[in-house]
Design a protein around this ligand. Structure first.
Ligand SMILES: [Zn+2]
Ligand SMILES: [Zn+2]
Length: 254
């Protein structure tokens, strides 16, 4: 399995997960044209995408889904409440039910509920039968269920949205600061670091930190906070923040 991030911030999220037989985008929050351009940059053709899979309906996750799906006749997969709330128009919709397994090509996937201010937001576990990936973005806290879903994966993809001090001292209005740091908002670097230290095992090849805030975080701060906790545990696991505004170099699981 190979993973590449087309973009990862509140200005647009989209993650490519591919294997020899199958290719999916998790979220499509960049413009269709930008996703096409970035896939091409990676050497992929947009027409080869098997499905767009949505985590939730916020526009930084589904803004480009409609145009992209119509242009390349690609199905959009989401749970019905998320699809109903997503402003993506008329597309080939294929539902999945949260907490029921579904398949796309040779990927087996399952969605699980996460706490976030959306209608039915989910995280995912994804496997090709060989490797296992845990994917969780936009969540206010790590529940017991999320902890179970993300534990012991080959690759862990998890939000590290903000540095707590930067958010506290930053220019956002008070209500927004409250929303972001609430249990239905976004994970801070500290929350993510504590979670990651519990979630990684000998199996875990890498951890990608995603959805870093533009105003309230830096890749250095996010990586540092997680690595400093990890250093006490598994030195061999690589930790890296995904690029916010451009393609992140793909990683292949071995
Ligand atoms: Zn988001
Ligand atoms: Zn969101």
């Amino acid at each position: 399995m190979e993973v590449a991030f087309l973009g990862s911030s509140s200005s647009g999220n989209s993650t490519l997960i591919s294997s020899e037989d199958s290719m999916i985008l998790i979220d499509a929050g960049l413009s269709s044209r930008e996703m096409e351009r970035r896939l091409e940059f990676l050497g992929y053709s947009s027409a080869d995408i098997d499905a767009i899979v949505l985590t939730h309906e916020h526009s930084d996750h589904c803004k480009g889904a409609g145009i992209f799906a119509r242009k390349f006749d690609i199905p959009v997969r989401a749970n019905p409440p998320t699809f109903a709330m997503s402003p993506i128009g008329n597309v080939r919709f294929e539902e999945f039910i949260t907490q029921e397994e579904f398949c796309i090509g040779n990927f087996r996937m399952m969605a699980f509920p996460i706490p976030h201010n959306a209608v039915e937001p989910v995280c995912f576990s994804i496997t090709d039968g060989n490797h296992r990936i845990g994917f969780a973005t936009d969540l206010g806290r790590i529940t017991k269920l999320v902890n179970n879903v993300l534990f012991d994966k080959d690759l862990l993809i998890i939000e590290a949205n903000h540095d707590e001090a930067m958010l506290r001292n930053g220019s956002y209005p008070e209500f927004l600061k409250k929303n972001i740091s609430s249990s239905n908002g976004h994970l801070s670097n500290r929350q993510t670091a504590l979670a990651v230290s519990e979630l990684v095992t000998e199996r875990t090849q890498g951890v990608f930190l995603v959805h870093l805030s533009e105003e309230n975080n830096t890749p250095e701060k996010a990586e540092h906070e997680v690595k400093s906790i990890m250093a006490r545990k598994l030195k061999s696991t690589k930790v890296r923040a995904a690029e916010r505004y451009r393609v992140t170099e793909p990683v292949s699981l071995i």
